[in-house]
Design a protein around this ligand. Structure first.
Ligand code: BT5
Length: 254
């Protein structure tokens, strides 16, 4: 944590050259009682996880794979708020270190020039009335090369370096990410979700846009009107009804 201007997040940092998944390591540490703000970093992951059992490409030497343990005094219902908080922090760090202007695609994708450059995976302790711990997993494609992306990814993908046209240093990036997370989380504990929601809306790639949402059980089409007080997406359908989406994959239309 040398030289990091943080209160909580990044006061303890555990680094691996290679591990299965930083989220899995962080969940184990959290279950064993690790302090809030403990950060797990890896240079490479052999089993990087996306949502719904998907894989996250995690080659060595080029990207950032980071997981943060939080112990927020909230109910599990409100945990999506922290996924949105992590997206705002990641977007801020991308902007500061690469000069790109990223956009957030609900719930967990960061786009640069329309390409996915980062994804988040939040995992929760077993369901109880209060969250015991929450792990925020953040994967950012920093200097990944074109030929390191496999064919057939769900969403067109790229890296900060490819989009900015120059190498981005990983250590300053991680420093910037942890400082943003720390500041936003501190504000969240003091003031609740509204400041996070405002920051998220200001960077949203979906606000006011026509989207289709694949929620697993079915597909919904409509126009995004915002996010509600727990972080759910609000979509106005052609039929005029306002639908709340708690989980799913969003595609931008047009
Ligand atoms: C995500 O899932 O976007 C969440 C990614 C979270 C990764 C971090 S890394 C640190 C921590 N430890 C972990 O094990 N995970 C977290 P989802 O929206 O489901 O997107 C996954 C899909 O994106 C895959 O099925 C691929 O199609 C595509 N994909 C895989 N690797 C990618 C990459 N590096 N960049 C862009 N797209 C990728």
């Amino acid at each position: 944590s040398a030289g990091l201007a943080v209160r909580r997040i990044g006061t303890h940092v555990v680094c691996f050259r290679e591990t299965g998944s930083t989220n899995t390591v962080a969940s184990q540490l959290a279950a064993e009682g690790a302090a809030e703000g403990t950060v797990v970093l890896a240079d490479a992951q052999t089993g990087g996880k996306g949502r719904l059992g998907r894989r996250w490409e995690s080659p060595p030497g080029v990207n950032v794979y980071c997981s943060v343990i939080l112990r927020p005094p909230i109910s599990p219902l409100h945990s999506p708020q922290l996924t949105l908080l992590s997206a705002v922090a990641t977007a801020e760090a991308i902007e500061r270190t690469s000069g790109l202007v990223p956009a957030i695609k609900w719930p967990n994708d960061i786009l640069a020039n329309g390409f996915k450059v980062a994804g988040m995976l939040s995992e929760l302790s077993a369901e109880t009335e209060r969250v015991e711990y929450l792990v925020l997993g953040i994967g950012v494609n920093i200097n990944m090369e074109r030929d390191q992306f496999p064919d057939g990814l769900r969403y067109p993908a790229s890296s900060l370096a490819l989009e900015a046209g120059r190498t981005v240093e990983r250590i300053p990036f991680v420093r910037s990410l942890l400082e943003s997370l720390d500041r936003l989380y501190d504000e969240y504990l003091l003031k609740g979700f509204p400041p996070v929601r405002d920051a998220w809306l200001a960077r949203s790639a979906v606000m006011g846009r026509r989207v289709t949402v694949d929620g697993g059980a079915g597909i919904l089409a409509g126009t995004v009107e915002g996010i509600d007080e727990i972080g759910a997406l609000l979509v106005r359908t052609a039929g005029g009804s306002l639908e709340r989406v708690l989980a799913g994959d969003v595609s931008l239309e047009g």
